[in-house]
Write a protein that binds this ligand. Structure first.
Ligand code: NAD
Ligand code: TDX
Length: 340
């Protein structure tokens, strides 16, 4: 199997590459990443030199570059993770979300179409495309799409293009929609790493609104195992939800982190709410469990302490992001970044 992984220098992508090199050592992986602010090759230092791992510095919106790379590698499949992924940034700069998430996905579909029936396109999407839930109920694969942020609207657009490629051209495409991930290498703008990092430095912890928004958290390695299962066993044209039945109020997670680090709840600062802030996400992943036999391996009681430990052991990783030094790692080795 030769697999292109887009966005492999990001949070989930880099965890996925580590997971696959360990669990599918015979696979050849091509990490295709533009190295935006969210891409960090330091996440993949341990993979350098592995003959089954290749890095290509490229922008998925660049059709010519994609044509050249698809012709060069002749892959069997793609796991498409590259995206602009942060909701708050999408409110400030929706254009770059449309560019990468919508246009970039279509560029990749154009290349995939040329490879014919034997090529599989796994599109990694999010539960946010379903919108927001009240205090009861779950998102199933049949829940109508109702995105509320420019981020989730652009992911919905990409989902619909992937669906259309299957319906129109009979392409072997599959869509996964996962709940919130947490774990090592998550950029410290997202809730859990931001709160851990701020608490460690005795800085204030900004909680949006009343802190009673609910998210359904999955340890990132479980997302990686689910994506592998879907790539290997999923049915063309299907959608699979991924989640771990693990709902938490934001404020309770923040308090758990403070407790675990021995810090005072006085660090909590309630701030102005995110515009259009979805109230609750909750995923019904029973289709994936029943049809493909996947189940998560980590409980939150295991995964959260593992994550807090990782950030405590890797303060330098976070500091290099906060000071911008992480962008230099690529430049020292390869030259100027595409987007700098
Ligand atoms: P991330 O922001 O950490 O990483 C995104 C990666 O994509 C970065 O390495 C970045 O350099 C790369 N990228 C961005 N634009 C690109 C472009 N034009 N060309 C090539 N590469 C580009 O994101 P993440 O949290 O790892 O999320 C990965 C995927 O999983 C996304 O598609 C996201 O929508 C989805 N997802 C994320 C979560 C979550 O909780 N983080 C949950 C469900 C689904
Ligand atoms: O400082 C903060 N304070 C706060 O209260 C931040 C950064 C977040 N929050 C709240 C907003 C959300 O209710 O915490 C919750 C989680 O926020 P994020 O980490 O920004 O994640 P979310 O908006 O839920 O989206 C995430 O999950 C689905 C990912 O960023 C997406 O890429 C993924 O698709």
């Amino acid at each position: 199997m030769r697999v292109i992984i887009t966005g492999g220098a990001g949070f989930i992508g880099s965890n996925l590459i580590h997971y696959l090199l360990k669990h599918r050592p015979e696979w050849e992986l091509i990490n295709l990443d533009a190295l935006t602010y969210a891409g960090n090759l330091e996440n993949l230092k341990a993979c350098e030199g592995n003959p089954n791992y290749h890095f290509e510095h490229a922008d998925i919106v660049d059709q010519d570059a994609m044509t050249r790379l698809f012709e060069e590698y002749k892959p069997d499949a793609i796991m498409h993770l590259a995206a602009e992924s942060h909701v708050d940034r999408s409110i400030l700069d929706p254009q770059s979300f449309v560019r990468t998430n919508v246009m970039g996905t279509q560029v990749l579909l154009n290349e995939a179409k040329k490879l014919g029936d034997s090529f599989r396109f796994l599109h990694v999407s999010t539960d946010e495309v379903y919108g927001s839930l009240g205090s009861t109920g779950f998102f199933t694969e049949d829940t109508p799409l109702a995105p509320n942020s420019p981020y989730s609207a652009s992911k919905t657009g990409s989902d619909l293009l992937v669906r259309a490629a299957n319906k129109t051209h009979g392409m072997d495409t599959i869509i996964t929609r996962c709940s919130n991930n947490y774990g090592p290498y998550q950029f410290p703008e997202k809730l859990i790493p931001l709160m851990i990092s701020n608490a460690m430095e005795d800085k204030q912890l900004p909680v949006y609104g009343d802190g009673k928004n609910v998210r359904d958290w999955l340890y990132v390695e479980d997302h990686c195992s689910a994506l592998t299962t879907v790539l290997e066993k999923g049915k063309a044209g299907e959608v699979y939800n991924i989640g771990g039945n693990n709902e938490w109020f934001n404020i309770d997670i923040v308090k758990l982190i403070l407790k675990s680090l021995g810090k005072s709840e006085e660090l909590i600062k309630y701030v102005t709410d995110r515009p259009g802030h979805d109230r609750r996400y909750a995923i019904d992943a029973s289709k994936l469990e029943k049809e493909l036999g996947w189940e998560p391996s980590y409980t939150f009681e295991e995964g959260l302490p593992m994550t807090i430990d990782w950030y405590q052991d890797n303060v330098e990783w976070t500091n290099r992001i906060k000071t911008g030094k992480y962008t230099g790692y690529y430049e020292e080795q390869y030259g100027k970044r595409l987007n700098s």
